[in-house]
Structure formats: C-alpha cells, structure tokens
Design a protein around this ligand. Sequence first.
Ligand SMILES: Nc1nc2c(ncn2[C@@H]2O[C@H](COP(=O)(O)OP(=O)(O)OP(=O)(O)O)[C@@H](O)[C@H]2O)c(=O)[nH]1
Length: 455
Amino acid sequence: MPIIDPLSYGQNQWHIILSDYDQSMRSRMRDLVFAHSSELTDSFYQQMMALPEAREFLEHQVVNQRLKASMILWLKQAFSIQDTSEIAAAVEHQLEVGKVHARINLPINLVSLGARLHKRRLLELISNLWQTPADWLPAVQYLQDVMDVSLELMSLAYVTKSDRKSRADEAYRLHSLSLNLSVERERQRAALLDWSHELMFALHSGEATFKGLSRSEFGLWFYHQAISVFDGAPEINQIEQVLQHIDLVLLPQLQASAQSGNMVEKMAQLQQEVKAIIYFLTTLFDRYIELEQGRDTLTRLLDRRFLPAVMNREVKLSKRNSGVFSVILFDIDHFKAINDNHGHEGGDMVLQQVANLVAGAVRSSDFVFRYGGEELLLVLVEVSADKALVIADKIRTKLMNNPLKLPGNQTQQVTMSGGVATFDGHPDYEHLINRADKALYRAKSLGRNLCAVAE
Ligand SMILES: Nc1nc2c(ncn2[C@@H]2O[C@H](COP(=O)(O)OP(=O)(O)OP(=O)(O)O)[C@@H](O)[C@H]2O)c(=O)[nH]1
C-alpha cells in the first residue's frame, strides 16, 4: 500500500512544475494543446481501437461518447494549470481518473500507451511551433513533466484503489466461507437430485429437449458462487469435469439412446456421475469450517464492501460468455414514518423481515446486499431485462401481501419500490448501479410500491 497521501503528493509535484517553468512558455503550450485536443483525442481513440485488448474497454457506446469529451477535458486541464490556486482541483480530477481505471480493471499498460501516443504527437507539434532546439527544449521538458506527473497520480490512485479492491475480494472469499455451510450443502445436494429426477422424468415421457446440468440451479450456483468461494479447492475441478462430461457427452448420448428405446446403461452412468458430484461436493463442504463473519449484523445480508468483488466478477463473466445479468435496487417506502411511529426497534424489525423475505425469494446463485440504510441490492445472475422486472415485481408483491410484525404484537403492511437495470456491456459496474438508482428514483416519484426499469 502506498505510504504517501496522493492528494498532497500531487499538489507538491504541481507546485514544483509551476515554479520550474516559465509562465509564457506554459501559456503557449496551453494554447497548443487547446488548439489540438480534438485531433489528439481522435487519433488516440483510433489507434487504441486497433488493439483488441483496448477495444474491450472502449467500444461500449457510452464510453465512446464520453471518453472523447473526458479525454479532451483531461488534456486541457493538465496543460491549463497556470496558477497554484488551480492545482487542487486538477490533482483531484487526475486521481479520480485513476480510480475509474482501477474500478474497471483497465490494464495499466494501456494507460501508459495512451500517454505515449499523446506525447509523440505533441512533440511533433512543439517542433513545428518553436524554431530551434534551444527554444523547444524547455517546452519538451515541460511536456514530459506534465505527462509524467499526471500518469504518476493516476497510477497512485490506481494502486491504492486496486489494493483496497483485492483486499475486499479476499474478504469476500473469506466471508463466503462463513455461509451456513451445512445448510448450503444440503440445498445443493437437493438441487442436484432435483435436476436428475426431472431429467429422468423428461426422458421417460419422451420429451425432446431438457436442461443441461450447468443451466440448472446447481450449475448456476456452481459457476457463480462455488468457484470463487472454494477457489483453489481440487474438488472444484473434479466437479467441473464431471459436470462438463454430463452436459457435453452423456446427455447427447442419452437423447440418442432414448430414441432407440435403450437407455438403461446410460441412465446408470448418469446416476454414477451425479453420485460422484455429490461425493466431491460433500468432501468440499466438509473441509471448510463455518465462520460466522462478514455479514451485515442486523439483516444478515451481504455487506456492501463485497460488492466490487461480486460485480466485477459478474461483469467479467457476462463479457466473456456474451451473457447478461441484472440488478434490482429496492428501497422500503416511507421507512422514516415506520421509525417515527414504532421507534428504531420497530424499524429494525421491519428491515430484518424485509431482508429475510427478499433473501428467501431469490435463487442460491443470486446475491443480496444491504446497500444502504433501508436499501437492498440484488444481483441476479444470468437474468435478462424482462425477467428481472418480473422477479422484482414478484418480490415487491410478496412484501405487499405479507403484513410485517411490529413491537407490541402489531402488524403493518409495508411496501417497497424497485429500480431494475440489466448489464449493457459497460465495463464499470457503477454505471449499472447508477442506472438502477435512477429507475428507483422514478418508481418513487411515480407513487411508490412499484418497480421501474432503467432506460
Ligand atoms: N430503524 C432503522 N432505521 C434506519 C436504518 N438505516 C436507516 N434508517 C432510517 O431510514 C430512514 C430513511 O428515510 P428517507 O430516506 O427519508 O426515506 P423514506 O422515509 O423511506 O421515504 P421514501 O424512500 O421516499 O419512500 C431514515 O429515517 C433513517 O434514519 C436502520 O438500520 N434501522
């Protein structure tokens, strides 16, 4: 972890630059950058888009639209600092850019490459503007210093942010181990057996298509949770191998043998493989002890600090598999009035019951976070926009139809509003949550007790 404070370090560096270079040269450089900032940005964008590694981060429409504007702003700001009073805001902006890069896991080499492309073009422009090397040397040194300090600050913010993020990732992994493992083990064993019974039924009744194991509740849990929770455990690979064998080899064979009416042998093999998964699963769970930590103490929901770990993984999985996932941001309606009428204790009771109801209404592969005081954030893996709205409305209606307990044996109908947003390819997960937040705001302003979808 860096031992320096990025903000004061950055300010010091900028003070040195201002005192080292002559004011009139600095203002000529500012004019030069202002005159060419669009051209510099266009050529940067074009060259970066030629790199597949960079395209992944740049091709989203919103990034495309905003990147150019923010790149122009960044360039102008870096070269327009003429007075010490302008330093603080500029440094904060550079640190902010570094944090965004870290949040979306932008490889640091791409940032350096971007700076190099700008430097190269600016050097050409400098040599055209100043006649002799003696004249343009200070401008070149100034260019070098401005770009280097900006890059340094962005990297400093990046390292600090990534360091926090990897600690949160690790904490999330540890936290996940603290789930009630014996309950989860039984739940997953049951999900696995349910899938195999459904399959047997489908085969016997001559159904033409059936769901593969990786698409079942067990499969979704395995790919979205178990792989990270039990990261590095040998049973994970063993389960995945059997799972893939079932889906890719055994199921097509079973389908073929169903047509010829001779499924006995393949059925027996399937039973054996399901048993093998259960065996690996049991061994896996039994190796981990239950640690009660990492949950929000009031609601027992996931703590918000694990959000970056979960969201970044879902973004990565969706991008890799051209898949999709959705988030729902729920906010209890008129919660302040509940606190006012029934005391904080009453408010807490309501929060706990709402959390239980919501957590019990989603699949084991989904995530439920306590996002704020009376806000819950649901991350629904592999759920598209239309389905997410149906789920959000189902949960909202369930709450509306189940009066909650309050102190003194009272009950009360409680409602909540929801904002639904579906992953649209943007690499920064906060973009998705912001969209859900805006939709929630709309649901509130339309009268509450309803769910709205992000635009
Ligand atoms: N009891 C309790 N109250 C909390 C907790 N966290 C936040 N709150 C309260 O939740 C209330 C939220 O109120 P507002 O943001 O005004 O919203 P609201 O009354 O729910 O109204 P709308 O959201 O507009 O429907 C505040 O009074 C907070 O003090 C908590 O953990 N327990």
